[in-house]
Design a protein around this ligand. Structure first.
Ligand SMILES: Nc1nc2c(ncn2[C@@H]2O[C@H](COP(=O)(O)OP(=O)(O)OP(=O)(O)O)[C@@H](O)[C@H]2O)c(=O)[nH]1
Ligand SMILES: [Mg+2]
Length: 285
């Protein structure tokens, strides 16, 4: 398995732009993928934030298994955190409430002094975690462009919403990954550009990990009862009829189908990161 690496020029540019924009922001909305909150966290961004309050949003909680366990870890460590499904309007109240609490004290102080002002927030996170979808949820309509692949938002965009202004930013990952297992999690959820990934590697290691953590998901959907990851892929080809001429397995088609099943939640609710992976947040220092 190759070490995953991906830090294209547009990401370096996005980080430089954020460095400037954060100066006018009152708070940070850090969007993480609830299936892999630690993997989708980029520690190198934290130094841009200064002492601005940060709200961690565990998004796509509809696809994750037990996002609330992670919310508890964040809160136990004094971090503001909320789990939401940005694609569902029912999450609007939760996210709006969490943002309000983040700046409540500032607002109260301003109120005592008799002024009312706009609060600005930087919305950041890894590609494809749902930053733009979250902004649209808060706005109540489609202001920011969204899409089911990494790198849809290419430049910064301010979205004005009454007394709030939210800055949508392009997704970024760290310049290098310290932990290849966590980098793989980002690849599985679609946070890395699929075009730079080796489909075989990604799918076979996804099988390996799911067989340990969620064997029933593989048995139910594909009838997998064990074996090597390659044998599991054979099973998918046979079961789903992904065959080429001469009855040879169409591995590429099977791999794409498996990854798509995982990403769309057809394998059930799955969380990849372990609670111990939260060490990346550096809370115990
Ligand atoms: N199931 C589910 N899908 C979601 C959720 N939030 C976003 N999505 C989907 O995830 C995909 C990515 O959403 P975007 O809002 O474009 O993500 P982004 O973080 O802005 O991505 P970049 O701009 O590429 O960094 C879209 O297909 C959304 O519909 C969620 O909570 N649950
Ligand atoms: Mg976006």
């Amino acid at each position: 398995m190759k070490t995953l690496q991906w830090f294209p020029g547009h990401m370096a540019k996005a980080v430089r732009a954020m460095e400037k924009s954060v100066a006018v922001c009152d708070g940070i909305i850090y969007v993480l993928d609830a299936r892999c909150p630690a993997a989708s966290y980029n520690r190198t961004l934290e130094k841009l934030f200064g002492n601005r309050p940060v709200l961690y949003v565990l998004n796509k909680c509809d696809l994750a298994d037990g996002a609330e366990k992670f919310v508890k870890i964040f809160k136990d460590n004094g971090a503001a955190c909320v789990a939401v499904n940005a694609a569902d309007s029912r999450s609007k109240r939760d996210i709006a409430g969490a943002i309000s609490s983040l700046i409540e004290e500032r607002r109260k102080k301003d109120g005592e002094r008799g002024f009312k002002r706009t609060f600005r927030f930087l919305v950041c996170g890894a590609p494809n975690t749902g930053k733009s979808t979250l902004i649209n949820l808060i706005a109540g309509n489609a202001r920011a462009r969204t899409g089911d692949k990494a790198g849809v938002t290419r430049g910064e965009q301010w979205i004005r919403l009454g007394e709030w202004e939210l800055l949508d930013t392009p997704g970024t990952t760290p310049p290098s990954f310290e932990n290849n297992r966590l980098a793989l999690h980002l690849a599985y959820v679609g946070s890395l550009n699929d075009e730079i990934l080796d489909l075989d590697d990604i799918c076979l290691s996804l099988f390996e990990e799911l067989w340990v953590k969620y064997p029933a998901a593989l048995s139910c959907r594909y009838g997998i009862e064990g074996g090597s990851p390659l044998e599991m892929l054979d099973k998918v080809c046979a079961r789903r009829g992904f065959l080429l001429r001469g009855n040879e397995c169409d591995y590429e088609r099977a791999e794409r189908a498996v990854i798509d099943d995982f990403r769309k939640g057809r394998l059930g609710r799955i969380t990849l990161d372990e609670q111990a992976d939260c060490a990346v947040f550096g809370w115990n220092k």
